[in-house]
Ligand binder design. Structure first.
Ligand code: HH2
Length: 351
């Protein structure tokens, strides 16, 4: 007999001026009064059977239908990450110190250019700077740790002391995690969710830093060959939950973890859209959610736009994330995303 697993996806978001104030029962997600929902989709999976039902908030909160631990994870406030409160969406600006990243490869390979770019993103309002020395675009091969260190360390060292914005190291290598942390990085972002390097779980735990666990099916070199899922949203959820549990066993508490469904990493267009449409389900994991959809090829597959012309699609994806309570958006275009968010939030708050 297969075990039954239960998932909850908040739906029907209420404007902050409605919900509690109007006496309507509401599910308050991640401790945020502005993330109040009038209902939730309850999903039950047993083997290959999946049942879905939308139920009103009052019934969800009664505790009869949802395991208390799941409800607690969904609703409990998220702790600060690298000194940043997650009571509003935060922007992570992308700094690719690589010759071959898919949208800006080679532009910031020299440390001076990368530092200037990072300071520019900070001036535009980035809350975090994500510094990476290895492209993980589809088809790319691994970079050895020494080459990666030679790219990222001068940038981290050059930025430390010049900006108060927390620095994040985007790496799959344990040694890079350790050295970046020692140089002043305040966050680790691993697109393999600490699976690529067998030493990375222990290394990340040792740094004491928060960690972004991103879902990927397969390795960047081959991940787009035949991505398959029984149900992409539930499978990604289960895989992230398994990685959270591995982290907890290794001494990294859930409160220090951020989850990311990994748009474009072993996913077809349909998979990416399904995940974008159901991001709210990941709040049930009890962690902050990060979304990285900026300039990604699913936008090109949907519209024909090349990587240089995907800002409108990137903004639409970012707002889809914000509407579902995503706490961190990883973006190349910080100023444009801030503007889009300001208009979206202004309209929501006035509604
Ligand atoms: N996407 C990329 C790299 N790192 N990290 C997280 N957490 N989530 C993502 O979606 C994500 C990521 C790929 O984008 P980019 O860095 O612009 O390209 P490349 O991998 O070619 O350097």
């Amino acid at each position: 007999m297969s075990q039954t697993r239960i998932y909850i996806r908040p739906v029907a978001r209420l404007a902050p001026s409605r919900g509690g104030a109007a006496g309507l029962p509401a599910i308050t997600v991640a401790g945020r009064p502005d993330l109040a929902f009038a209902a939730a989709e309850l999903i039950e999976r047993t083997g290959t059977e999946i049942g879905r039902k939308v139920v009103p908030a009052g019934e969800v909160l009664s505790g009869r239908r949802v395991p208390p631990e799941l409800l607690d994870r969904l609703c409990r406030p998220r702790p600060d990450i690298a000194g940043l409160g997650l009571d509003r969406p935060r922007l992570m600006g992308v700094v690719n110190v690589t010759p071959d990243s898919f949208s800006d490869g080679g532009r910031y390979l020299q440390a001076d250019a990368a530092i200037a770019h990072a300071l520019g993103l900070a001036a535009e309002g980035a809350d975090i700077l994500d510094i990476g020395g290895e492209s993980t675009r589809p088809g790319s091969g691994a970079v050895d740790a020494d080459a990666e260190l030679a790219r990222v360390l001068p940038v981290i060292e050059g930025l430390r002391g010049r900006t108060p914005v927390p620095l994040c190291i985007d790496t799959r290598n344990a040694e890079v995690m350790r050295r970046a942390a020692a140089a002043g990085a305040s966050l680790i972002n691993d697109v393999s969710a600490l699976t690529h390097d067998p030493a990375s779980l222990a290394a990340a735990a040792q740094t004491g830093l928060p960690v972004v666990l991103m879902h990927a099916q397969g390795d960047p070199r081959t991940m787009q060959d035949h991505p398959t899922y029984a149900d992409v949203v539930l499978d990604v959820y289960d895989a992230l939950e398994a990685r959270i549990e591995a982290c907890e066993r290794a001494g990294i508490p859930r409160a220090r973890l951020i989850v990311d469904p990994g748009i474009g990493f072993g996913k077809t267009l349909a998979h990416n859209l399904a995940l974008l449409g159901a991001l709210g389900i990941f709040h049930g994991l009890g962690c902050a959610i990060l979304l990285g959809a900026s300039r990604k090829s699913f936008i090109g597959h949907l519209t024909g736009a090349d990587a240089a012309s995907r800002l409108p699609g990137s903004l639409a994806a970012a707002l889809a994330g914000v509407a579902q309570g995503v706490q961190i958006l990883r973006v190349h275009d910080v100023a444009a995303t801030r503007q889009a968010m300001a208009v979206w939030q202004g309209a929501r708050d006035a509604g």
